[in-house]
Design a protein around this ligand. Structure first.
Ligand SMILES: Cc1cc2nc3c(=O)[nH]c(=O)nc-3n(C[C@H](O)[C@H](O)[C@H](O)COP(=O)(O)OP(=O)(O)OC[C@H]3O[C@@H](n4cnc5c(N)ncnc54)[C@H](O)[C@@H]3O)c2cc1C
Length: 396
């Protein structure tokens, strides 16, 4: 059996690996020229933890994880206004939260392809999907723009190509029908600055600001990871904007103090910069085409579970499709995938929408309320409330 998987992000890599282990030949198409180096720290908890343990990916993820002690909010002079104990947060999630840099998560999933017999999964970087068709005989075709532009055929087409999925656009309809912006944009980049890196070890430092928030975390090297979120209520533009992201970020984040000023100096011209959004679809499969990860069920980066759901969804899809040996088998597996996976994605999306409502305080009163809640997290009950806000249904 032959699969075409579009997108070598976390969901695509895991799906391709599981299919390869089951004996499928997989063409994995990725439009970028290599693994993407961008992204911030992601909390890894929830369904992805069990899935990663089951498929043997967990040790690779744990080896790449960071161990923060606290989340600290600071004012424009860098003074702490309130903080959250990270150990407590982790305990409430069942003691199983890993903090992983997005590119490290992708690298771990990529390294795990080594478990598949050689030649079964062929990654083609610089290959962008530009057309997709479900055929009447139950198969699929995909047109690729890239070094060897061609039309591939397969028994299944997996769209693991993120929130602006081309597979979704080709088979299910335009982005505007499925992408739901949450009123914010987010940018992330990694930059080298030994001085900044040594100041922020083992702490997530966030600005205690209104309508926008900058975050910084020191990496193992002399690098820092930066994260910037700001309100963008007027825009429904879901892709990169016309103005340079760096210029826009410099305007949006002016006046937040010297650390943020320095981060903006370090910002590359093209950081990761996108709308904060969810993908909501009534159905994820049509013919022999299926969507997985953000392409079909993005929860938004505010839900904190994007990577976890990408791993769990990719592992489940790969394992259900694995034994299929005919169009009917593929169709049955896709039906079961949808039935088993949808409730988990919808629960995480609900948590994401809840988190979006309070993520950026709109005024001083809301900011004060957030400080009170965070300061009260040492009280039994309140700690659960805060963790549930962040972790969704995983806190009992
Ligand atoms: C560069 C980047 C940085 C991110 N940073 C963060 C972060 O800091 N925090 C956070 O919570 N989430 C972040 N995310 C989102 C997070 O990675 C996802 O929520 C989660 O990992 C689910 O991943 P996914 O594999 O479904 O999609 P994605 O991670 O979006 O991966 C999709 C892949 O498909 C490729 N692709 C897209 N279109 C095509 C096409 N037509 N042909 C071929 N390939 C295509 C993309 O290049 C990408 O590699 C980031 C995503 C990206 C792409």
């Amino acid at each position: 059996m032959k699969a075409i998987v579009v997108g070598a992000g976390i969901a695509g890599l895991v799906t391709a690996r599981q299919l390869g282990l089951a004996g499928w030949d997989v063409a994995l198409l990725e439009k970028s020229d290599g693994p993407r180096p961008d992204g911030y720290m992601m909390d890894f908890f929830g369904p992805g933890v069990d899935a990663a343990e089951r498929i043997g990916l967990y040790p690779r993820l744990a080896a790449a994880a960071y161990r923060p002690d606290a989340v600290e909010y600071v004012d424009t002079r860098g003074r702490r206004t309130c903080s959250l104990d990270y150990g407590q947060f982790s305990r409430l999630a069942g003691g199983n939260v890993l903090s992983l840099l997005r590119p490290d998560m992708e690298r771990a999933a990529l390294a795990a392809l080594a478990d598949v017999p050689a030649g079964r999964v062929r990654i083609r970087y610089g290959a962008r999907l530009a057309g997709a068709w479900n055929d009447d005989d139950g198969g699929v075709r995909a047109a690729v723009v890239g070094p060897t532009g061609e039309v591939l055929t397969g028994d299944v087409l997996v769209g693991a190509d993120g929130i602006h999925s081309e597979v979704r656009a080709r088979i299910f309809g335009p982005e505007r029908d499925y992408l739901h912006p949450l009123g914010m944009r987010a940018a992330a980049f990694i930059a080298e600055d030994p001085k900044l890196a040594s100041r922020f070890r083992n702490r997530f430092v966030l600005t205690d600001s209104i309508g926008r928030m900058a975050g910084i975390y020191s990496l193992r090297t002399d690098q820092v990871a930066a994260f910037l979120v700001y309100r963008d209520a007027g825009s429904t533009d879901s892709g990169p904007l016309a103005t340079s992201a760096r210029e826009r970020l410099r305007n949006e984040f002016d006046g937040l103090g010297s650390t943020v000023d320095r981060l903006l100096e370090l910002c590359p011209e093209y950081p990761y910069d996108d709308v904060v959004a969810q993908t909501i679809m009534p159905v994820w499969h049509r013919g022999a085409t299926v969507l997985v990860g953000d392409a079909g069920g993005a929860v938004s980066l505010l839900a904190g579970q994007g990577g976890s759901l990408a791993i769990a969804g990719g592992a489940l899809l790969g394992d259900l499709l694995g034994p299929a040996s005919s169009p009917d088998g593929v169709s049955a597996a896709l039906g079961v995938f949808e039935e088993r996976w949808r409730p988990q994605v919808e629960a995480a999306q609900k948590a994401g929408r809840r988190a979006a409502r309070s993520f950026l305080p709109a005024n001083r009163v809301q900011r004060l309320a957030r400080r009170w809640v965070i300061r009260a997290t040492h009280l039994p009950g309140v700690d659960r409330l805060v963790a549930r806000q962040i972790l969704g249904q995983t806190v009992k």
